[in-house]
Design a protein around this ligand. Structure first.
Ligand code: MLT
Length: 348
């Protein structure tokens, strides 16, 4: 794995390895000194062609906790707005010796283009491309789910999968890269995935995805999911009317107070409510649901730093080789105690 571009091509083994290393990174986050020298002398560039707050600062915090130098590049106000191409921008970064480029772009496929172009040598991390994929979001969601699942089971989360878990993803699937990345990753990790949304907001071909589709949220909730992941309604990507009104959308598709109470009535005491943020409170999720003890929203943000640390570490430390043979001994980075017990980390 030289790049992290999508979850569709991420093997279960590589996904689990990354989640296990993220557990070690999370342990580092509990220490008084939350820093490892693992990427000292390395440069990570955050190349953002689309607005973002949480993802960019999460990558920045992750890189800094690994002692990398971080350059933040926002397209707005840069030479990109004067017409500079992706190639020119990338080559400028290459000339500054970037070791990793974390790219967010409104065009689906831009990170893959950058990775395959030969313009740069750096590792490319997809931080969200158009409506295509957002792999680190799905990894942090899987990390959050896995911790919850393991806790219910009374077992450590490192090493476990999501086998037996039922995850319901709700809303604007059509425009959601988060939904796509989650469908691939969660099924790879053994979860059963259910999708619910209005027909206008489900992509053509969704029937071929490895999940069951519902056109009524309450029918989907009746399947007793272990987690309900609400998607943001991506108004900025809508160029047509996809539903009659926001009021109608929120009544039919929002996780409102009534549906929150329904989980209690159904005895679904352990079902969690997720949202990748930013949330449209009162539209796809009510404030009571977003702030309830069932909500994992803040845990997702926290876990995002650990997962992105793991991704940068594995890509830049040289420990990220794919293992074609699953019976090979696990390499050093897989061992749960490696990072936690080595405060000085391992220089690449
Ligand atoms: C994304 O960038 O896709 C976000 O994390 C989720 C959203 O914008 O709805």
């Amino acid at each position: 794995m030289k790049h992290l571009l999508s979850t569709q091509d991420l093997s279960a083994r590589n996904a689990l390895r990354l989640l296990n290393v993220a557990e070690e990174m999370a342990a580092v986050g509990q220490r008084e000194i939350k820093k490892l020298p693992a990427l000292r002398g390395r440069t990570v560039v955050n190349l953002f062609f689309e607005d973002s707050t949480r993802t960019r600062i999460s990558f920045e915090a992750a890189a800094k906790r690994l002692s990398a130098d971080v350059i933040n590049f926002a397209a707005k106000g840069s030479s990109v707005s004067k017409g500079e191409s992706l190639k020119d921008t990338a080559q400028t970064l290459e000339a500054m010796s970037a070791d990793a480029v974390v790219i967010r772009h409104p065009a689906s496929g831009a990170p893959a283009r950058l990775a395959a172009s030969g313009w740069i040598d750096a590792a490319v991390v997809n931080a969200g491309d158009g409506t295509h994929e957002h792999p680190t979001q799905a990894l942090l969601d899987a990390f959050t789910l896995r911790r919850h699942w393991a806790k219910l089971d009374g077992t450590p989360s490192a090493g476990t999968t999501l086998a037996g878990m039922k995850v319901l993803i709700v809303g604007d699937v059509l425009h959601s890269r988060v939904a796509r990345s989650n469908v691939w990753l969660l099924t790879t990790l053994g979860a059963e995935v259910l999708l619910a949304g209005p027909p206008t907001l489900l992509p053509v071909g969704v029937g071929a995805w490895p999940c069951t589709v519902y056109y009524n949220l309450d029918d989907a909730l009746a399947q007793r999911p272990d987690a309900v992941m609400m998607l943001r309604l991506q108004a900025e990507r809508m160029n047509a009317a996809f539903f009659p009104s926001t009021r109608e959308y929120s009544r039919r598709w929002g996780f409102d107070d009534g549906r929150l109470a329904l989980l209690d009535t159904m005895g679904l005491d352990d079902t969690v409510i997720m949202h990748p943020g930013p949330m449209n409170r009162g539209l796809e999720i009510s404030s009571a649901a977003a702030d309830s003890p069932r909500s994992t929203v803040l845990a997702q943000v926290r876990n995002g730093v650990s997962v992105r640390m793991a991704a940068l570490y594995l890509l830049l430390s040289g420990d990220s080789q794919d293992d074609p043979q699953d019976d090979q001994p696990e390499n050093q980075a897989d061992q749960p105690d490696q990072l936690a017990t080595t405060p000085e980390g391992r220089t690449p």
